[in-house]
Design a protein around this ligand. Structure first.
Ligand SMILES: [Zn+2]
Length: 125
Protein backbone atom coordinates (compact mmCIF):
# COMPACT_ATOMS: atom_id res chain seq x y z
CA UNK A 1 0.00 0.00 0.00
CA UNK A 2 1.56 3.25 -1.10
CA UNK A 3 1.01 6.62 0.63
CA UNK A 4 -1.16 7.62 -2.34
CA UNK A 5 -3.36 4.55 -1.72
CA UNK A 6 -3.73 5.62 1.92
CA UNK A 7 -4.88 9.10 0.83
CA UNK A 8 -7.36 7.59 -1.60
CA UNK A 9 -8.69 5.27 1.10
CA UNK A 10 -9.06 8.18 3.54
CA UNK A 11 -10.86 10.29 0.96
CA UNK A 12 -13.17 7.37 0.12
CA UNK A 13 -13.97 6.87 3.80
CA UNK A 14 -14.59 10.60 4.28
CA UNK A 15 -16.82 10.74 1.21
CA UNK A 16 -18.76 7.76 2.49
CA UNK A 17 -19.15 9.15 6.00
CA UNK A 18 -20.55 12.44 4.75
CA UNK A 19 -22.55 10.95 1.87
CA UNK A 20 -20.66 12.85 -0.79
CA UNK A 21 -19.68 11.66 -4.23
CA UNK A 22 -16.74 9.22 -4.22
CA UNK A 23 -15.27 10.84 -7.36
CA UNK A 24 -15.56 14.60 -6.74
CA UNK A 25 -16.35 14.70 -3.01
CA UNK A 26 -18.82 17.56 -3.50
CA UNK A 27 -22.07 16.21 -4.89
CA UNK A 28 -24.48 14.13 -2.86
CA UNK A 29 -24.84 10.37 -3.18
CA UNK A 30 -28.18 10.12 -1.37
CA UNK A 31 -31.47 11.57 -2.58
CA UNK A 32 -33.32 10.42 0.56
CA UNK A 33 -32.38 8.85 3.87
CA UNK A 34 -31.04 5.70 2.20
CA UNK A 35 -32.09 6.16 -1.43
CA UNK A 36 -29.14 6.52 -3.79
CA UNK A 37 -29.42 9.34 -6.32
CA UNK A 38 -29.20 8.31 -9.98
CA UNK A 39 -26.14 10.55 -10.51
CA UNK A 40 -23.89 12.94 -8.64
CA UNK A 41 -25.38 16.42 -8.44
CA UNK A 42 -21.97 18.03 -8.99
CA UNK A 43 -19.90 15.95 -11.44
CA UNK A 44 -22.65 13.78 -12.95
CA UNK A 45 -21.07 10.44 -11.96
CA UNK A 46 -23.56 7.69 -12.79
CA UNK A 47 -24.32 6.04 -9.46
CA UNK A 48 -26.02 3.06 -11.06
CA UNK A 49 -23.12 0.89 -9.91
CA UNK A 50 -23.96 1.61 -6.25
CA UNK A 51 -25.41 -1.51 -4.75
CA UNK A 52 -24.33 -2.02 -1.16
CA UNK A 53 -26.82 -4.88 -0.75
CA UNK A 54 -27.11 -6.14 2.82
CA UNK A 55 -23.63 -4.92 3.76
CA UNK A 56 -24.71 -1.84 5.75
CA UNK A 57 -27.31 -3.83 7.71
CA UNK A 58 -24.74 -6.48 8.60
CA UNK A 59 -22.23 -3.92 9.86
CA UNK A 60 -24.93 -2.00 11.74
CA UNK A 61 -26.06 -5.22 13.41
CA UNK A 62 -22.54 -6.15 14.41
CA UNK A 63 -21.30 -2.73 15.51
CA UNK A 64 -24.52 -1.36 16.97
CA UNK A 65 -25.45 -4.65 18.60
CA UNK A 66 -22.03 -4.94 20.22
CA UNK A 67 -22.14 -1.36 21.53
CA UNK A 68 -25.72 -1.36 22.83
CA UNK A 69 -25.65 -4.89 24.20
CA UNK A 70 -22.31 -4.20 25.85
CA UNK A 71 -23.71 -1.05 27.45
CA UNK A 72 -26.83 -2.91 28.61
CA UNK A 73 -24.79 -5.73 30.10
CA UNK A 74 -22.41 -3.32 31.82
CA UNK A 75 -25.36 -1.37 33.23
CA UNK A 76 -27.00 -4.55 34.49
CA UNK A 77 -23.86 -5.81 36.16
CA UNK A 78 -22.94 -2.45 37.65
CA UNK A 79 -26.31 -1.02 38.76
CA UNK A 80 -28.85 -3.86 38.49
CA UNK A 81 -31.68 -1.54 37.37
CA UNK A 82 -35.26 -2.83 36.98
CA UNK A 83 -36.26 -4.36 33.65
CA UNK A 84 -38.50 -1.45 32.66
CA UNK A 85 -35.53 0.90 32.87
CA UNK A 86 -33.58 -1.30 30.45
CA UNK A 87 -36.53 -1.17 28.05
CA UNK A 88 -36.94 2.60 28.36
CA UNK A 89 -33.23 3.30 27.86
CA UNK A 90 -31.89 0.62 25.57
CA UNK A 91 -34.72 0.11 23.08
CA UNK A 92 -34.63 3.75 21.92
CA UNK A 93 -30.82 3.71 22.10
CA UNK A 94 -30.78 0.67 19.80
CA UNK A 95 -32.98 2.50 17.31
CA UNK A 96 -30.89 5.68 17.46
CA UNK A 97 -27.56 3.85 17.12
CA UNK A 98 -28.75 1.62 14.27
CA UNK A 99 -30.39 4.40 12.27
CA UNK A 100 -27.45 6.69 12.95
CA UNK A 101 -24.95 4.16 11.62
CA UNK A 102 -26.93 2.96 8.61
CA UNK A 103 -26.44 5.90 6.25
CA UNK A 104 -22.71 6.49 6.92
CA UNK A 105 -21.96 2.79 6.55
CA UNK A 106 -23.92 2.61 3.29
CA UNK A 107 -22.01 5.65 2.06
CA UNK A 108 -18.69 4.08 3.00
CA UNK A 109 -19.54 0.83 1.22
CA UNK A 110 -20.60 2.72 -1.92
CA UNK A 111 -17.41 4.82 -1.85
CA UNK A 112 -15.27 1.69 -1.41
CA UNK A 113 -17.22 -0.01 -4.20
CA UNK A 114 -16.33 2.92 -6.49
CA UNK A 115 -12.71 3.08 -5.32
CA UNK A 116 -12.08 -0.64 -5.79
CA UNK A 117 -14.19 -0.89 -8.97
CA UNK A 118 -16.16 -3.69 -7.33
CA UNK A 119 -18.96 -5.13 -9.41
CA UNK A 120 -21.01 -8.24 -9.87
CA UNK A 121 -18.97 -11.23 -11.02
CA UNK A 122 -19.44 -12.40 -14.61
CA UNK A 123 -18.63 -15.56 -16.45
CA UNK A 124 -17.03 -14.85 -19.81
CA UNK A 125 -18.07 -17.09 -22.59
ZN1 LIG B 1 -19.40 13.83 -8.05
Amino acid sequence: MTPRDGDRLRSALAAGLFGTCPRCGRGHVFSGFLAVAPRCSHCGLDLGFADAGDGPAVFVSLIGGFAVLGAALWTELRYEPPLWLHLVVFLPLTLIVCLGLLRPLKGILIALQYRNKAEQGRIEG
